[in-house]
Design a protein around this ligand. Sequence first.
Ligand code: NAD
Length: 359
Amino acid sequence: MNRSYKVTVIRGDGIGPEIVDEAIKVLDAVSHLKGFELKYDDALMGGIAYDVTGEPLPKETIEKAQSSDAILFGAIGGTQWDNLPRELRPETGLLSLRKALGVYANLRPVKVYDELVKASTLKEEVVKGVDLVVVRELIGGIYFGEPKGREEDRAYNTMVYSVPEIRRIAHVAFQTAMKRTKKVCSVDKANVLDVSQLWRDIVEEVAKEYPEVSLSHMYVDNAAMQLIRDPKQFDVILTGNIFGDILSDEASMLSGSIGLLPSASIGDKFGLYEPIHGSAPDISGMGIANPIATISSAAMMLKYALGEEEAAECIEWAIAQALKDGYRTKDMSQYDAKEVCSTSEIGSIIANYVGKCKK
Ligand code: NAD
């Protein structure tokens, strides 16, 4: 076996370990089928890391992540850590890991599976065929801007973007669009924010390097409305950190369950592959979490980080096949379910389909 890859696995908190186990089951099936090897190396992050080491992101985790070919991540967080000082909270561990890896682009594909079209709260004709990608800037903007702070009777955060930060995320969006239907919609608040006016100018400048891609601009409030009114108008949505955070959660509901949507956080050197949802403490340990978002994130990892495109396609095919045949976890069980499965059962079913993939 000459294709061998090192994957750092961060299971995290809540449902994190349950869903990552299923992704690994499916990865094992596809690596066996396609003849490559995945060497997993576990690392701690989040609440569990705080409990074990006293910090949410141990140095060892950063080192492991930086020496691997890709990082597969579940989710972090939980109420038992909510009262810790901000720098010790699980969420700080994740933000710091993204920063340490320089993963500035978060790609969140939203695809509505035909079989689950009824799972959306929107009308079938609105969501059927939706296939878009949110390209969100991940390590800048208001979540990281300085100064920030809290005083007795006021608190403040700063939304700041530099020209290089805007330029590099714009390139990711245009390159993504080149592989799709060549449409970018850049979302900002340029009617109010100076930072958005700069964003718009730089996006226009970068667009000149991609003459085949058509570029439009939209204010974020309108984009929030248009995503519900007519989501099929979008192909690639390019936006900053906070707008992307909100819009991609909104877009996730087009597909019917937040448990379906994967993401890839990529930079020049490293890639972190994670579902878009959190650690779902309300269902943790019950065996009902939907692992598809994580399995699909593993497929993105194969495609973007390891160049194993056929293997990624096999996973996507296997997920679609399982849904087509009526296998559902509880969150999507109201819609054409032939069988309601546990987290582990649906993982095994998808792994089994992978074995039958002819791609
Ligand atoms: P959440 O995404 O964890 O859960 C929101 C709702 O969606 C819950 O009802 C949950 O049961 C459901 N859900 C989420 N994933 C699911 C899945 N795979 N299958 C079925 N149902 C699923 O968001 P929250 O409740 O706001 O946050 C819970 C914790 O997760 C918090 O501590 C938060 O800070 C953290 N969080 C972590 C990440 C991350 O690790 N990337 C992202 C968001 C939130």
